[in-house]
Design a protein around this ligand. Structure first.
Ligand SMILES: O=C(O)CCC(=O)C(=O)O
Ligand SMILES: [Fe+2]
Length: 317
């Protein structure tokens, strides 16, 4: 385990400190592929706490209620339980998750949930707030790559009919009393195939580990040096995804990460987290400034990634 310093970037006085913030973001994206945002105006700590609370209330609903909207792989939407097999481990992550694609908000989101009528509205507001912050961050990356500042906002236009940006609510199982049967990982090592992921953890839910600076497409960072990222409610862990690595001709690094399961003397209770995946509209072409890779539409990119990520791969010993 490495003690690599983890970049914490403060967004305090955002407008007055724009240049400094931009410098720190670019440096972290180029050298590490991930950073922790603190002091953001929105989503505020209170909004994050409310959303985590709502998510916990969703997951305690009976499975037969949650299964009204089962996970559909082709749409990357819906509820799954013990179903995501990570190629790096060959087994399913011990968790459940709900993926909410913004443009399917009126067609494939749980509606009229018993006891949580505010579910739909709160998720919608939270996504809009995280989207706005994501676009602020991405505007710095656009400028650094020589694109117009609004380049990524146009590609991720939430008001369009087909923006693929997704909020994923996650709950890793409570493993109290299962001491002889604790898995090694709650989430196996992987990179995210989106553009940029904003991850919300909850204090007490440690286990996230990152492995910066690896090629996204070649290995699962087996045996490499990992750094633990403590979970703190209100902070936002951000990582570069494969699509931004491709879009920047490998200048910004996509990052391996995984969630280690607690040891028997650790916190065995359920672990809640939420990930917001910025994913462009399907027709948008991903092509870097130096055209290092052949241009691919976002839909083709995602299709290829789904194939890569959902087929178990031989793991080197
Ligand atoms: O739950 C976490 O902390 C990480 C989740 C994650 O990496 C993912 O869903 O892609
Ligand atoms: Fe991830």
């Amino acid at each position: 385990m490495s003690n690599r310093p983890v970049s914490r970037i403060s967004l305090r006085d955002f407008d007055a400190r724009r240049d400094q913030i931009g410098k720190e973001l670019i440096e972290a994206a180029e050298n590490v592929g991930f950073f922790i945002l603190v002091d953001q105006e929105r989503p505020s700590k209170q909004e994050i706490e409310e959303m985590l609370d709502l998510s916990a209330r969703y997951f305690v609903l009976p499975d037969d209620v949650k299964s009204h909207y089962p996970f559909i792989r082709e749409q990357n939407s819906g509820w799954e339980k013990d179903a995501q097999i990570r190629p790096s481990t060959g087994v399913a992550d011990p968790k459940e998750s709900l993926q909410l694609q913004y443009f399917r908000r009126n067609t494939y989101w749980p509606q009229d949930l018993p006891d949580i009528p505010e579910f739909h509205g709160t998720c919608l507001k939270f996504m809009e707030s995280v989207h706005d912050l994501s676009m602020k961050i991405l505007s710095f990356f656009a400028i650094a790559l020589g694109f117009p500042p609004s380049f990524f906002s146009d590609a991720h236009d939430l008001s369009s009919e087909d923006c693929l940006s997704t909020l994923r609510l996650l709950r890793y199982h409570d493993i109290t009393g299962k001491v002889s049967d604790i898995p090694e990982w709650r989430a196996g090592a992987h990179t995210d195939f989106d553009v940029l992921t904003l991850l919300f953890q909850e204090t007490g839910g440690d286990g996230l580990e990152v492995c910066p600076g690896r090629e996204a497409h070649t290995s699962f960072a087996q045996g490499d040096d990992w750094t633990a990222v403590p979970a703190r409610t209100g902070e936002i862990t951000v990582n570069i995804g494969d699509m931004l690595m491709a879009w920047s001709d490998d200048r910004f690094k996509s990052l391996y990460h995984r969630v280690k399961a607690p040891r028997p003397d650790g916190n065995l209770k359920a672990r809640n987290s939420m990930a917001y995946f910025n994913q462009p509209r399907p027709h948008i072409l991903i092509e870097g400034p130096t055209k290092k890779y052949e241009a691919l539409s976002a839909s083709q990119y995602i299709l290829n990634a789904m194939k890569r990520y959902y087929q178990p791969t031989e793991i080197p010993k």
